[in-house]
Design a protein around this ligand. Structure first.
Ligand SMILES: C[S@@+](CC[C@H](N)C(=O)[O-])C[C@H]1O[C@@H](n2cnc3c(N)ncnc32)[C@H](O)[C@@H]1O
Length: 307
């Protein structure tokens, strides 16, 4: 995933809500001052005039300056040196603020990208360690196709706002299900293999999600739901030709599966790019994108809607 900077005009509340469910946001800076990047290397007076525009609130008592370069690294910019220069200016302008590099109350963030820069107080930051903790390598059981939690979470987030119940009809060891549950919906998973479903159940208990997930051992071509009972699906279907499809032709399995879905529905489906999943004409594909995972795997992610 590449680094991107987004400018959003919204309320702090909505931005904080996005931060709570996100799998991709690292830092949020509220009301940043935008300026030409060359200013960072300019005289102290010019840099001071930018700092003086940054709004101060009473909550800032100890601070540190953190500079992040987005996208390509800017060889000319020495982040540490710029952080020091700006820190000294802030201290001069606001003498009651003290520098605390280890545990500051607030962070003054400087972002640099292309030939632009921005400066503002950091509203939030996510480490994602609690989500990465659910990674396949930290779970009791996982299979070859297990996806990393952040990618699963991105797929689930494409269904936002989430329905109360979300289904993964090819749930494997349950990585997608645990992200659905973590984001506040009840997750149902169907898995054909009795061994894998037992292992998924163990994983759910290990990560403390068993109460929020219902596992069904069975065939997704004959799901036990009433008509219209499921309206949101996120899945990573089998992609090995036959090993995980009990000998069925994989493409035919997907074709048949699409044909049994009824009622209005939103689906997010992710597959390796070299796996072709034909999209039936009655579905409208409104997102079709790719995500590089590693050199032999790029994932295609599609969102499909049927009215
Ligand atoms: C690519 S894996 C899913 C991996 C999962 N996302 C994870 O994180 O562990 C696809 C799963 O679909 C299961 N499967 C294959 N055919 C099925 C069917 N007809 N009904 C339900 N599950 C099926 C396979 O056994 C396999 O575990």
């Amino acid at each position: 995933m590449s680094e991107v900077i987004y400018m959003v005009e919204s309320s702090a509340e909505l931005i904080n809500n996005a931060l709570l469910v996100s799998a991709t946001i690292r830092y949020v800076v509220l009301d940043p001052i935008l300026f030409k990047q060359s200013v960072l290397l300019d005289t102290k007076e010019i840099l001071s005039s930018i700092v003086s525009k940054v709004e101060m609130s009473d909550k800032e008592t100890s601070f540190k300056v953190s500079m992040y370069q987005i996208g390509i690294r800017h060889m000319k910019l020495n982040s540490e040196k710029i952080e020091g220069r700006i820190g000294a200016i802030v201290k001069q302008q606001f003498p009651n603020l003290v520098v605390n590099l280890l545990n500051p109350d607030s962070k003054l963030v400087v972002l640099a990208w292309d030939d632009m820069a921005a400066m503002g107080w950091q509203e939030g930051e996510i480490e994602y360690s609690s989500i990465n903790y659910r990674a396949p390598k930290n779970s009791p059981y996982f299979g070859g196709g297990a996806m990393k939690p952040l990618l699963s979470r991105i797929c689930v987030n494409l269904l936002q706002p989430l329905k109360a119940i979300v289904l993964d009809p090819f749930c494997g060891h349950g990585g997608m299900l645990r992200e659905i549950a973590d984001l506040g919906s009840f997750a149902i998973g169907i898995e054909i293999s009795t061994r894998v479903i037992r292992q998924a159940s163990f994983n759910n208990r290990h990560h403390d999600y068993a109460d929020l997930i219902n596992l069904i051992q069975g065939d997704s071509l004959s799901p036990p739901f009433r008509k219209g009972g499921i309206q949101a699906i996120v899945t990573d279907p089998p992609y090995a030709r036959q090993t995980t499809t009990i000998g069925r032709d994989r493409d035919k399995l997907m074709y048949d599966w699409f044909n049994i879905l009824d009622g209005p529905m939103k689906i997010v489906i992710t597959t390796p790019t070299n796996m072709f999943v034909d999209t039936p004409k009655s579905w409208q594909v409104d997102i079709d994108t790719e995500d590089y995972v590693h050199k032999s795997l790029t994932r295609r992610i599609r969102r499909m809607i049927k009215e």
